[in-house]
Design a protein around this ligand. Structure first.
Ligand code: CTP
Ligand code: MG
Length: 238
């Protein structure tokens, strides 16, 4: 019997959202930042590491913008139809990937709305994840004082920020384990907000890798100006 193939690395980009908080007729991932669609930048950034073998982007069924936004990559790029939630969109891409990859392959899931990921952060993340038994997520330690509010919007409690992190993307896990974890959340009608939560529910603890705050998730209209500034400060020529 031949030995198992060396695990490959894939990227999955969920891009099937509507961007309701952005309040724009065009879904936010197709708005231009630094003269290029946000999703084109996010896909290019997550494919910037030469270890990434191919990218799967999940799109809305009625998507009318992708063909114009599609970036050129050094690796393969495919699309699938996403679902009604982020988790369903990621799962659709993973379901497609099982036909191309192996269960022990790694998958880096990265939001289409994060166009400013640093290639260096991706490199360090992959270094840590690929050496780990479970996988790893890019994250930032919380630095502000944290408050829990009461229903009237008054401070009910100060929450210690010790051991508290903001979870970012990419999040890197084994294809088979991540698919099984998301599938069981989906089948149980449980919504998880990121991959690490699905893995956590399956008893698998991800490593936290310190990223940078400029890996902004474009969410509200004011984030566009900030995103432009970040790209300029990064000297982005991509
Ligand atoms: N996403 C997806 N499929 C969905 C919902 C979200 O692929 N059914 C993707 C979005 O396109 C985005 C990422 O998941 O790249 C993170 O989601 P978010 O920032 O919440 O984007 P939206 O859901 O589009 O925005 P909003 O919540 O404001 O409607
Ligand atoms: Mg959303």
């Amino acid at each position: 019997m031949s030995p198992p193939a060396r695990p490959r690395v894939w990227a999955v980009v969920p891009a099937a959202g509507t961007g309701s908080r952005m309040g724009h007729a065009t879904p936010k991932q197709y708005l231009e930042l630094g003269g290029r669609p946000i999703v084109a930048r996010a896909v290019q950034r997550v494919a910037s590491d030469p270890r990434v073998h191919g990218v799967v982007v999940a799109l809305r069924e009625d998507d009318a913008h992708w063909s114009a936004a599609r970036p050129r990559l050094h690796c393969a790029l495919w699309t699938v139809v996403g679902g009604d939630t982020r988790q369903a969109s990621v799962l659709a891409a993973l379901d497609w990937l099982v036909g191309a990859g192996e269960s022990h392959d790694w998958v880096a899931v990265h939001d289409a709305a994060r166009p400013c990921l640093r290639p260096d952060d991706l490199r360090v993340l992959l270094d840590v994840a690929l050496a780990d038994a479970v996988g790893a997520v890019l994250a930032m330690p919380v630095r502000d004082t944290m408050k829990r509010a009461d229903p009237e919007g008054r401070v009910a409690q100060t929450v210690s920020r010790d051991h508290l992190w903001h979870a970012l993307t990419p999040q890197v896990f084994r294809l088979g384990q991540l698919r099984a974890a998301l599938r069981s959340a989906e089948d149980a009608g449980r919504t998880v907000t990121d991959e690490a939560q699905a893995m956590e529910d399956a008893g698998l603890a991800a490593r936290l890798v310190v990223g940078h705050a400029d890996n902004l998730k474009i969410t509200h209209p004011a984030d566009m100006a900030l995103g432009e500034q970040i790209l300029a400060a990064q000297g982005a020529d991509d």
